[in-house]
Write a protein that binds this ligand. Structure first.
Ligand SMILES: [Mg+2]
Length: 205
């Protein structure tokens, strides 16, 4: 029986749109291209999410691939991007509705330790019972070990959980362990509610 909802954070709760966030720092198109390809989502970004590097080391690696004139910009963005990591319209309301319906509320996110700086960006964080952060576990989605860690640490059963993530790979990995899944599209936050109702209806049959 469905008892718990496990939410991804980026592109489920907060809008992870590198170009949009970077454009708060520069309007230069070349600089925006470089930030999108060399800073956001690059190797160092994943290492920060995995908790195996720190910002200064990451910045050094990024700057090796970037013209010197952008090094100051890269520093500024790496340390401040999350100030512009803002809520997806309608997501909080959908999450709140699920909380009010009595589901256990969990978050499983690939995120660097800087998440503690931007938890206040959405009130949805405060609706969570527990949050599992990749950089604190030294594991990343979609590796199966992080889903197993979530279940063990919080005492959950996969078959009682719906996992909501915008990444198909992350959902397939969760489903392989027995979770229900929803590949989330941030343009349609109410899909969370519809998926829950669909699962409940299927369990009644
Ligand atoms: Mg995501």
């Amino acid at each position: 029986m469905l008892k718990n909802i496990v939410f991804d954070m980026g592109n489920v709760i907060l809008d992870f749109d590198p170009r949009k966030m970077a454009s708060f720092f520069t309007k230069d198109e070349e600089a925006l291209d470089i930030l999108c390809t060399e800073l956001f989502s690059n190797k160092e970004w994943l290492e920060l999410d995995k908790g195996v590097t720190d910002e200064e080391t990451a910045l050094k690696g990024i700057c090796e691939r970037v013209p010197e004139k952008y090094h100051g910009l890269c520093r500024d963005v790496l340390y401040n991007w999350y100030k512009y990591f803002l809520p997806i319209e309608g997501s909080y309301e959908a999450v709140k509705e699920l909380k009010e319906r009595g589901f256990g509320m969990y978050m499983l996110t690939n995120a660097a330790l800087s998440i503690h700086e931007y938890r206040k960006n959405s009130p949805a964080f405060d609706l969570m019972d527990r949050i599992l952060i990749s950089s604190e576990e030294k594991m990343l989605k979609p590796d199966s070990e992080i889903y197993i860690r979530l279940l063990e640490k919080f005492g959950l059963k996969a078959e009682e959980c719906l996992f909501i993530d915008d990444s198909e790979a992350n959902i397939r990995a969760a489903e392989a362990i027995g979770f229900y899944g929803l590949i989330f599209d941030k343009r349609d936050p109410q899909s969370m509610i519809r998926r829950v109702d669909e699962i409940i209806a299927s369990e009644k049959k």
